[in-house]
Design a protein around this ligand. Structure first.
Ligand code: PMP
Length: 387
């Protein structure tokens, strides 16, 4: 038979599937994939259940239900003072994942270059390649993950069409500083390019730091697609409700991609996320505070086991250097080893790299889990490495 798609044939099963299967096989505590082990707010879930029974279960409008688009516009105003026209500038997608794909599709032609910052959320470069565009990688280096300014400006060239910016950043927990954002905005403007801002962790920021959307910087309002996710903001990752805020011309192009990819997403869940976005400030503050406590808990625990933990300013994730343990093997071997032998699963950092030369002595642990689960994971690791 004729060969199938060449590019898809070249990529394997995602590491999350591989590690989660291994975790199940060994009854390991899964700190691999980033999903909370408790459900989000009861009133949001109740709103979804009520919405399922209110007789509005047919195709919702292609750009999203009015309630959610209004709520997204209101949240933009409330958190960032962004004035958004909910009818013309907000599109609801099937999760942040679809939002990323349609935002890339909205601006890229085959052969265009897109700047991606490594380590990166794994779908970015496959989606860019499926469009026929070309990733240009700029690498951040641990332990501080500072943006290499001159490398970034060198990466911008005549073929550059866009940059993907993920802040707060998965996997390394970096929150881009105001200075770094200003530098990126200058480049985006001066090279007449676009920014796809993956801000799904916008409300998961610690230590009193503030998430600043690139879209709020001078000249960026019309060049930016800002992506949020109800899954992350309400600890309901299975819901897959994403939203894109972008100026009208960009939104029109985003919607043309969206209408041909998924067209819509479940109306009941959309209406429930609208209820969530209207929750009071205390909800958003406590979401971040509770996660910060868990970050501190796992950081202390992993430190006590003998790993060196890197600072993490946001997201669900913490990076740890396992070389002080004297383990004989790379990060993939380490993550397999702790799953099989200690009963704890993490994700090898090198899977978040697209180009050769990734560091091989870091593992990413998700801490969006119950405190007793984190304690148990730490105890297992401590027992294993003490033995
Ligand atoms: N962007 C980043 C950086 C993520 O980590 C994730 C989820 N792991 C997503 C987007 C996808 O969001 P959603 O689940 O809403 O599709």
């Amino acid at each position: 038979m004729r060969g199938l798609n060449t590019y898809l044939g070249s990529i394997g099963t995602t590491i999350f599937t591989v590690m989660s299967a291994l975790a199940t096989e060994h009854a390991a505590i899964n700190l691999g994939q980033g999903f909370p082990d408790t459900d989000g707010p009861a009133d949001v879930i109740q709103a979804a259940a009520d919405a399922l029974r209110d007789g509005r279960n047919q195709y919702p409008p292609m750009p999203g239900v009015a309630e959610l688009r209004q709520a997204v516009a209101a949240a933009n105003q409330r958190f960032y003072r962004l004035d958004i026209d909910w009818e013309k500038e907000v599109t609801v997608t099937s999760g942040g994942t679809e939002a990323i794909a349609v935002s890339l599709m909205a601006v890229l032609d085959p052969g265009d270059e897109v700047i991606l910052i490594e380590p990166l959320f794994d779908p970015y470069s496959p989606v860019v390649r499926m469009i026929g565009a070309i990733p240009r990688i700029v690498r951040l280096t641990p332990p501080h993950w500072d943006l290499p300014l001159s490398e970034l400006s060198d990466a911008f060239g005549p073929k550059t069409k866009a940059i993907v910016l993920n802040s707060p950043m998965n996997p390394c927990g970096k929150v881009f500083s105001a200075e770094e954002l200003g530098f990126i905005a200058d480049l985006v403007r001066s090279h007449d390019t676009y920014a796809i801002c993956d801000e799904v962790y916008e409300h998961l920021v610690f230590d009193g730091l503030r998430h600043i959307p690139l879209m709020t910087l001078p000249g960026m309002r019309d060049r930016t697609m800002r992506i949020g996710s109800g899954g992350k903001t309400f600890s309901l990752t299975g819901w897959k409700i994403g939203y894109i805020t972008a100026a009208e011309p960009l939104t029109q192009s985003v919607r043309r991609a969206h209408q041909n990819l998924t067209f819509t997403t479940a109306p009941s869940l959309q209406r429930a996320v609208a209820v969530g976005l209207a929750k009071d400030d205390a909800y958003f503050a406590s979401l971040a505070n509770q996660l910060q406590v868990r970050r501190d808990q796992i950081a202390r625990g992993l430190g006590a086991v003998g790993l060196t933990v890197l600072p993490t300013q946001g997201t669900y994730f913490i990076t740890a250097d396992f070389s002080p343990l004297g383990f004989n093997g790379d990060d993939v071997a380490f993550c397999r080893h702790i799953t099989e032998q200690a009963g704890v699963t993490a994700i090898p950092m090198s899977v978040f790299y697209d180009e050769p030369g990734a560091p091989r002595h870091y593992a990413r642990f998700a801490f969006c889990k119950r405190p007793d689960v984190l304690d148990q994971a730490i105890n297992r690791l401590r027992r294993h490495f003490a033995g």
